[in-house]
Write a protein that binds this ligand. Structure first.
Ligand code: 9WN
Length: 445
């Protein structure tokens, strides 16, 4: 099957699996998987974790190469950059490219050109799942090599990024959340001084490949660029972020991923001869801090906390459901998050007639076509499904699994999907959609 056919529609599980395999194979690039050949032709951090999970079903060696390649670009302080640039590609194949980031200006940056930001740390989980699927000697050795790097990644978040001092990591840019233009960020982003006209000096790559009406606006981009410029100006150092950085938010998804990473690290530690105890303790501490600092009993959801104002950000987005992945989450938030997920806002059910949206369907600013402001993404559904299974809701997890499969059967491995019609949006032949589909297909309903 060709990459072109990989964008098509498939009827049965076998054909669907073949579409996903063709997509992942077409996106493989010597030691990593590109999220998309057109829109995102380099290596992205959390995409690589998700695609490693997909490769573990097909060619486990590639899962280990993917993760090892990403962590080769880890910085001296432990941060895992959210983009690792492929030097073979021409300048202009992505904006903002390596020249804009200028990672070489930073102490401890790797030889490879990278961004200076991070993304949710879902890599320990990916490593653990890949190992569990194929626990051979080579996999144990690969996991053993990865373990200290995963620990350093967590340490970076727990120390450099605990700007609020409450045991949670803060993000310094909306791109670090992975949900770039979620309505969750509208308030803190509006406080970043910038003008859309600034973008005349740059050439956006995304809008050359996809409908501009589906993407963040020029004003959003002007602010994204301004925040990176502020961080780059201090060579991506994290000291005194509270005094000088324009965007500082504690994100429920990133912190839930960090808590879940400690659980995975505890299991990995037990396998590679390290002590699982400290990881279990940190998982419990992160879970407690997520509840203390980000749970709002009034909405029953988790909300990001803006460290510049001290306030919780009010939008009810899918970010607020993600702490369900924490297996130690207390019963009350579990119950209210599940109730919210099943409400008309998100429409979760044992039978779903529409896919999980990225934002509250009933909100005035819900936009079914624009990036993370409404459309459905397979990675969010996959994370929520893990949370539902962790908390004994196999019935709802099965409904979500069915809706994930139906989406790809209808529209192919698109980057994201229309939350009402299921039509494919963004880039076709998208890496994590293929990978996570393979993962849910491999599990029984
Ligand atoms: C900026 C690669 C990445 C994903 C993000 C998604 C999008 C980049 C962009 O694509 O972000 O990092 O250019 O829009 O929002 O989650 O990792 O797939």
């Amino acid at each position: 099957m060709t990459a072109g056919q990989a964008t098509g529609v498939a009827a049965d599980a076998g054909a669907l699996r073949a579409v996903a395999v063709a997509t992942l194979s077409a996106n493989w690039e010597h030691d990593h998987t590109v999220p998309s050949r057109t829109l995102y032709p380099h290596q992205w951090s959390w995409d690589s974790a998700f695609t490693a999970i997909g490769w573990s079903h097909l060619r486990p060696a590639r899962a280990w190469r993917e993760l090892a390649g990403l962590f080769r670009a880890q910085w001296g302080d432990g941060r895992v950059p959210h983009i690792v640039f492929n030097p073979a590609l021409p300048a202009g194949s992505y904006f903002p490219g390596p020249g804009f980031w200028d990672s070489a200006c930073a102490e401890g940056a790797p030889p490879a050109a990278t961004s200076g930001l991070v993304q949710p740390p879902v890599h320990a989980l990916a490593g653990w799942l890949a190992y569990r699927r194929d626990p051979c000697d080579a996999a144990r050795a690969a996991l053993g090599r990865l373990y200290p790097r995963l620990v350093a990644q967590q340490r970076y978040l727990a120390t450099h990024r605990d700007v609020g001092g409450g045991g949670l990591a803060c993000i310094v840019h909306p791109w670090e959340s992975g949900l770039d233009n979620s309505p969750a960020w509208d308030i803190p982003l509006a406080a970043v001084p910038a003008e859309a006209a600034v973008m005349r000096a740059y050439r956006r790559h995304d809008t050359a490949h996809t409908d501009a009406a589906h993407r963040p606006t020029d004003l959003d981009y002007a602010r994204y660029v301004a925040i990176v410029a502020a961080y780059r100006a201090v060579r991506y150092r994290d000291e005194r972020l509270a005094d000088r950085h324009p965007f500082l938010v504690e994100c429920p998804l990133l912190n839930a991923a960090a808590g879940e990473a400690e659980q995975a690290l505890a299991r990995i530690a037990g396998t590679v001869g390290a002590d699982p105890g400290p990881h279990r303790e940190r998982a419990a501490a992160i879970t407690e801090a997520v509840v203390d600092r980000l749970y709002d009993p009034a909405t029953g959801l988790f909300h990001p906390r803006d460290l510049r104002t001290g306030r919780l950000l009010p939008a009810r987005t899918a970010l607020g459901l993600m702490p369900l992945v924490l297996s130690g989450l207390p019963a009350r938030p579990v119950a209210t998050v599940v109730a919210e997920a099943c409400s008309p806002r998100f429409g979760l059910g044992a039978r779903m007639d529409r896919p999980l949206p990225s934002h509250d369907r009933t909100a005035a600013d819900f936009e079914p076509l624009r990036y993370w402001r409404g459309p459905s993404w397979l990675n969010l559904a996959w994370l929520l499904r893990r949370g539902l299974l962790a908390h004994g809701r196999a019935d709802l997890a099965a409904g979500l699994r069915r809706s994930m499969i139906d989406l790809v059967a209808r529209s192919g491995c698109h980057e994201y999907f229309h939350p009402d019609t299921g039509a494919g949006l963004g880039s076709p032949a998208f890496g994590w959609t293929a990978a996570l589909l393979l993962d849910v297909l491999a599990e029984r309903g």
